[in-house]
Design a protein around this ligand. Structure first.
Ligand code: PAF
Length: 284
C-alpha cells in the first residue's frame, strides 16, 4: 500500500478533510502518540471497516504528562510509524509540532467530571485527563472525522472521551478497539519498551490476575475480597499496585451490591520497577 500523506499543520489537515468530503469519503481518526505497535494498527484496520479514509494523528501531547512523568523520554519512532501505517493503508498522518497545537497565548482546558473523577487513574494522575480531553477535543474539531477510535486498554480514557464528545455535541461516533496482547497476555503498550528483561518476564501476571479475578466475579464472590486478593497477588510478585478495582463498566462507579457480573469491568494500574502499566478486562 502507498505511503500516507503527511500533514503537519491544522490548515493542511482541514484542506485534506475538505477534499475527502468533496469526494464523498467518510473519514476515521485514530489519535495516537506514535511509537506504534500492533494495538494501534488494529485501531487503523478497525476504523477502516467503518469509513473510506483513515487519518492517524501522531502527537506526544505535553499537557497530559505531569512534570514528574515521562514526556521527554516517551518513545518517538516517526519513520517506523510511517512504515507501519503504510502497511495497514492509512491514507493520512497528522503530525503537528507542539506550537501548532498550543500556540502562544493558549489558555483553554476542558474541565471534566463524571468518569474522569472516579478515583482510578484520576487519583494518581490528577491533571492527566484534562490534558487528554483538551487535545482530543482539538483533534476532533480539527479533523472533523465521522468516526474516531480509541483503544480499550485505556478504558477510563475511552469513557472520558465518550462523555466529552456527547456533552460538547461533537458530531462524531466514538468507537472502542479491543486490547491487543502479546502471546503471554501482556497488553501492548508503547511503554513496554521501558521494561527490563526481568520485568518483561514478570509483567504477564497482570493479565493472569485479571483473568482469575474475573472468573471469581462471575461466580459472584464478594467483589471487595476479590479486589484485595488480586492486588495482594500482584504485590507478592513485586508490583506496586496503584489500584485494582471492579467497577460498573458504563459509569466506572462502584457497583451496587449484587450487580450483574456482565456489567462489570476490572481495572488495574501497577508499577513494575519504574514503569507504570495499566490494563483492564470485562468480567462477563
Ligand atoms: O491514548 C493516547 O495515546 C493519548 O492519550 C491520546 C488519545 C492520543 C491523546 O493524546
Amino acid at each position: 500500500m502507498g505511503k500516507p500523506i503527511i500533514l503537519d499543520s491544522v490548515a493542511a489537515l482541514r484542506a485534506w478533510r475538505e477534499a475527502m468530503r468533496k469526494a464523498g469519503h467518510r473519514v476515521g481518526l485514530v489519535p495516537t502518540m506514535g511509537a506504534l505497535h500492533a494495538g494501534h494498527l488494529s485501531l487503523v484496520t478497525g476504523v477502516k471497516t467503518r469509513v473510506d479514509k483513515a487519518v492517524v494523528s501522531i502527537f506526544v501531547n505535553p499537557t497530559q504528562f505531569a512534570p514528574t512523568e515521562d514526556f521527554s523520554k516517551y518513545p518517538r519512532t516517526f519513520e517506523s510509524d510511517i512504515k507501519l501505517l503504510s502497511e495497514v493503508g492509512a491514507e493520512a498522518v497528522f503530525a503537528p509540532q507542539v506550537a501548532e497545537m498550543y500556540p502562544d497565548g493558549f489558555a483553554t482546558t476542558v474541565s471534566l467530571e463524571g468518569p474522569a473523577k472516579v478515583g482510578l487513574e484520576d487519583a494518581f494522575r490528577p491533571t492527566h485527563f484534562a490534558g487528554v480531553a483538551t487535545v482530543v477535543a482539538k483533534l476532533l474539531l480539527q479533523a472533523l472525522p465521522d468516526v474516531a477510535i480509541f483503544g480499550e486498554k485505556d478504558f477510563q480514557q475511552l469513557a472520558v472521551i465518550r462523555r466529552m464528545a456527547l456533552d460538547l455535541d461533537i458530531p462524531v461516533a466514538i468507537l472502542g478497539g479491543a486490547t491487543v496482547r502479546e502471546a503471554d497476555g501482556l497488553a501492548m503498550s508503547s511503554r513496554n519498551v521501558y521494561l527490563t528483561p526481568e520485568e518483561r518476564a514478570a509483567a504477564p501476571i497482570i493479565h493472569r490476575t485479571l483473568l482469575e479475578a474475573a472468573a471469581l466475579a462471575r461466580k459472584r464472590q464478594p467483589l471487595d475480597r476479590i479486589e484485595i486478593e488480586a492486588a495482594n497477588a500482584l504485590s507478592a510478585a513485586g508490583l506496586a499496585v496503584d489500584y485494582l478495582a471492579i467497577r460498573d463498566a458504563a459509569s466506572l462507579a462502584i457497583p451496587v451490591v449484587g450487580a450483574d457480573p456482565r456489567t462489570l469491568r476490572i481495572l488495574v494500574a501497577a508499577k513494575l520497577g519504574k514503569t507504570r502499566l495499566i490494563d483492564n478486562i470485562a468480567v462477563g
